[in-house]
Write a protein that binds this ligand. Sequence first.
Ligand SMILES: Nc1ncnc2c1ncn2[C@@H]1O[C@H](COP(=O)(O)OP(=O)(O)OP(=O)(O)O)[C@@H](O)[C@H]1O
Ligand SMILES: [Mg+2]
Length: 284
Amino acid sequence: MEVRLSDATPMPRSGAGETAPLTLTDVSKIYEDTAALQNVSFSIPAGALVVLLGPSGAGKSTIFRCVTGLTRPDTGSIEVAGAEINTLSGRALREARRNIGLIFQQFNLIGRLSAIKNVLGGRLGHTSTWRVVLRLFERRDRQLALANLDSVGLLDKAYQRADSLSGGQQQRVAIARVLTQESQIILADEPVSSLDPESSETVLTILKAISRERGIAVLCSLHQVDLARRYADRIIGLRAGQVVYDGLAKELTEQALDRIYRRDGADPDMADQAAMRPLERASA
Ligand SMILES: Nc1ncnc2c1ncn2[C@@H]1O[C@H](COP(=O)(O)OP(=O)(O)OP(=O)(O)O)[C@@H](O)[C@H]1O
Ligand SMILES: [Mg+2]
């Protein structure tokens, strides 16, 4: 089965009036004295790679947790493929979650299993429990998993243990896994933070190709502004839980970056906490 990314048939894009796969409306989440999210609203259309930028603590991961239903926002609504995620439970919630593919900074593969077995994990939401228990995957699922490993350039590693692969290769296996899940949305929380520059470029190139060619809505948080500029179709800038920029990547000005990272020094309390972490560790 030939489904390399460049040959993949694009899914129908949502046209005017159609619902975007992911829409947040006025989402707020307050933790005791921290407003993690304040009236956050945006939509991610099919076929777009949208990058979330923002300093440490801006609320990026909180957005991902709210979208997957792990955290319930205090107010606002989140529509995932037409379903309001926070009103769902049980089977309906599981089905909505099947529409969300997750990619993590630490890859989250099962190290002792082969690449293909990890990729087949993407079918779990589609497979009956007894088949999962017996690890009986259908022939079609195996073909799909192999085709997706091929599309991320790892067909030759299909039967290698995941923990023997490099970080960049492991992240590509994780991408093949979400492709095998056949979700409409991919959420990637800092997918390149553990990777070297070259692997980071490869992973982002693949994510971009996936969004374009398979019509998937990709929301990806990054800490690297230059990568965001080069790979994103659109950038959403978060600062202290608020959207302070939402526009085309090519229109992200220095002023907009100042708003996101407050680089004028006017707000020292909000200095990038990521930069302070090594100090905290040293003094702990
Ligand atoms: N369970 C929680 N309890 C209390 N505060 C929380 C909780 N989860 C998140 N927060 C706070 O909400 C804010 C946003 O956190 P979040 O993890 O979303 O930031 P982030 O943008 O992902 O940061 P980073 O770039 O460091 O990953 C932070 O101030 C954080 O301390
Ligand atoms: Mg985070």
